[in-house]
Design a binder for this molecule. Structure first.
Ligand SMILES: O=C(O)CCC(=O)C(=O)O
Ligand SMILES: [Fe+2]
Length: 355
């Protein structure tokens, strides 16, 4: 007897294209080749540096390198595991709520506010800790659902490839900024505990044509660098870049521009820690997620995100480098990354984190 199809919701082969209409203005992002970066191509390196100082978002063409291929092909497999994770009954999922001032585990629909009036978001997340996936089962710090445990080798491989890719890009930025690579690497040691995770996101199909819902509210990512794989439109970036950390609403005039998913590419963006470490030289682009446009919106929307974050005990202080302005003399000392990221998350109105 033929097997019943396992994947019923995550069906990228069936997605219609992003609509080519003026009503959906898209952002022009630079497409950077990971292979060329790995081959030390000067032109590509300069384009990447300018993009990360400018908008803080690029498309990263993945094919042709070991890590790139792992991310490109792994993301579909991770999304299929994500579908199974979200298919668990709600009462099971809520057993995996974040604890211990960490963001790992399940975030239910409506757990964060989408605007200053308190409208709830509509996306659910499941955040799988990198550190737990790369160690033996008896060394893990949290319990994970069976579907996550069954896919642990996949998540370990995906985490390692994403983390290495993030660090390779950070090496390039370090060189350009005159910071010894080791200064950044030592704040992102793979085996050291960090808030790094693979996030599965699921947004429901659009409810109405007017698209009033917000799946994920306006935010900047908290960590150092983010590697995002998505298949349907919905992600939007604010047209003007700003280096201010933490506000819920955009703080400079502009408009939301759609980021068209690009086949074969990840979307890579910097987070607030990169801004903090470089005293505002690098940009953490403001973004949000709304329901997919037109026909795309009839499908549930999945995305797979890897967040590279500073290790828990790294201090959130400005790095020294020839292209980094020295911080104010009264730069607060003494906040480590774990505490800092928790504060950023609370500042975004995350009321699901507890203590
Ligand atoms: O789903 C997406 O395309 C983006 C998700 C995102 O911005 C996030 O999880 O921080
Ligand atoms: Fe984000």
């Amino acid at each position: 007897m033929p097997h019943k199809e396992e994947s019923t919701e995550f069906t990228p082969d069936r997605y219609p294209p992003f609509p080519d209409e003026p009503q959906f203005p898209t952002v022009e992002l630079q497409t950077i080749s990971l292979k060329k970066l790995e081959d030390h191509d000067e032109v590509e390196i300069n384009r990447a540096f300018e993009a990360f100082k400018g908008r803080g978002f690029v498309y990263l063409e993945l094919a042709g390198t070991e890590n790139g291929d792992t991310i490109l092909h792994g993301a579909d497999e991770v999304a299929r595991a994500a579908e199974k994770t979200f298919a668990m009954p709600l009462e099971e999922k809520v057993k995996y709520k974040p604890t211990n001032k960490e963001l790992f585990g399940y975030k239910n629909v409506g757990a964060t506010k989408a605007d200053t009036t308190g409208t709830p978001d509509t996306a659910e997340f499941f955040n799988v800790s990198k550190n737990d996936m790369i160690v033996a089962d008896d060394k893990m710090r949290r319990a994970w659902p069976p579907v996550v445990m069954q896919n642990k080798p996949l998540f370990a491989k995906y985490s390692r490839a994403s983390h290495a890719t993030g660090l390779m890009i950070l090496d390039i930025l370090a060189d350009k900024l005159g910071v010894p690579r080791e200064e950044i690497r030592s704040r992102h040691v793979l085996e050291d505990h960090a808030g790094d995770h693979i996030r599965f996101t699921r947004g429901p199909p659009r409810k109405s044509l007017e698209m009033p819902e917000i799946q994920t509210p306006s935010h900047t990512d908290f960590g150092t660098i983010t590697i995002l794989m998505n298949w349907l439109g919905g992600l939007q970036v604010w047209s003007e870049s700003s280096r201010k950390i933490g506000a819920l609403e955009p703080d400079v005039p502009g408009e939301w521009l759609w980021v068209k998913p690009k086949r074969g590419c990840a979307i890579v963006n910097l987070g607030d820690a990169a801004v903090k470490f470089t005293n505002g030289v690098l940009c953490s682009g403001r973004h949000r997620v709304v329901p997919s446009p037109r026909e795309q919106g009839t499908f549930p929307r999945y995305s797979i995100v890897y967040f590279v974050r500073p290790t828990d005990h790294s201090m959130m202080t400005t790095l020294k480098g020839h292209s980094i302005p020295a911080p104010d003399e009264n730069e607060p000392q003494g906040v480590d990354a774990k505490q800092w990221i928790y504060q950023q998350a609370m500042g975004l109105g995350s009321n699901h984190l507890g203590e």
